[in-house]
Design a binder for this molecule. Structure first.
Ligand code: GRF
Length: 195
C-alpha cells in the first residue's frame, strides 16, 4: 500500500477522478491539502470522507504556509503528492527534497504554454494539436520531466468550450492512471527494500 496526498485549490475534478480510481485499489488517498476554504475540492473531500488540511497562503509569506504543510506531512507521511489545480508554486527546497515524488497535471502539451490560461493560449495558437501533460514537479513553473502526454487534433472541436471539455475528459482519464502507476512503483520499491 502506498499513500497519496492531493493538493488542490479549485473545482477538484481531477481530485475526484483520482479518488474514484483509488477507492478500490490497495493504495490510500490519505488527505487533501487546500489553500482555499471555499474551493469545491473541499466539498468533494467532505462528501468522500477524505480528511482536509486547509493551509491558507493569503496575507502571509509562502514560507509560513509551507512550514504548516511540512508539519502535516511529517505527522501524516505520504509516498506521493499529486498537484491537481493547486495554484501555488512550491519552493525549491520543498520540491527538491521530494524528487520524483510530486506530480502535476497541466492542460497543454508542455513545454508549450506553461502557467496560466494554458487551454485558451493553446486554442488561440496556430498549433494543430491540443493536449495535456503529467510531469514531475521541479522548482520551475510547469517545467519538470514529462511522464505522459495525450492530445487530439484541434480540428475535432468547434470552439474553446468544447476544447476545455475534451481536455478535462482526457485529464480525468490519464491523471489517475499515471498516479496509480507511480503508487504501484513506489510501493514495489518499498517492498523490495523491506526484503
Ligand atoms: C486542470 O485543468 C489542471 O490541468 C490544471 O488545473 C485544472 C484543475 O481542475 N492544473 P480541477 O480543479 O481538477 O477541476
Amino acid at each position: 500500500m502506498a499513500r497519496l496526498a492531493v493538493f488542490a485549490s479549485g473545482t477538484g475534478s481531477n481530485f475526484a477522478a483520482i479518488r474514484d480510481a483509488l477507492v478500490d485499489s490497495r493504495h490510500q488517498l490519505a488527505y487533501l491539502v487546500c489553500d482555499r476554504p471555499s474551493a469545491l475540492a473541499v466539498e468533494k473531500a467532505f462528501r468522500f470522507h477524505i480528511p482536509v488540511h486547509l493551509v491558507p497562503y493569503a496575507g502571509r509569506p509562502r514560507r509560513e504556509a509551507e512550514q504548516e504543510i511540512e508539519v502535516i506531512l511529517r505527522d501524516n507521511p505520504v509516498d506521493v503528492i499529486a498537484l491537481a489545480g493547486f495554484m501555488r508554486v512550491l519552493s525549491p527546497g520543498f520540491v527538491e527534497s521530494r524528487r520524483e515524488r510530486i506530480v502535476n497535471i497541466h492542460p497543454s502539451l508542455l513545454p508549450r504554454y506553461p502557467g496560466m490560461r494554458a487551454i485558451e493560449r493553446s486554442f488561440d495558437s496556430e498549433d494543430e494539436e491540443l493536449g495535456i501533460t503529467v510531469h514531475f514537479v521541479d522548482a520551475g513553473v510547469d517545467t519538470g520531466p514529462t511522464i505522459a502526454q495525450a492530445s487530439f487534433p484541434k480540428s475535432e472541436v468547434a470552439g474553446l468550450a468544447e476544447a476545455e471539455a475534451r481536455i478535462h475528459e482526457l485529464e480525468h482519464e490519464m491523471y489517475p492512471r499515471v498516479v496509480m502507476d507511480l503508487l504501484d512503483e513506489v510501493d514495489s520499491v518499498v517492498r523490495q527494500e523491506g526484503v
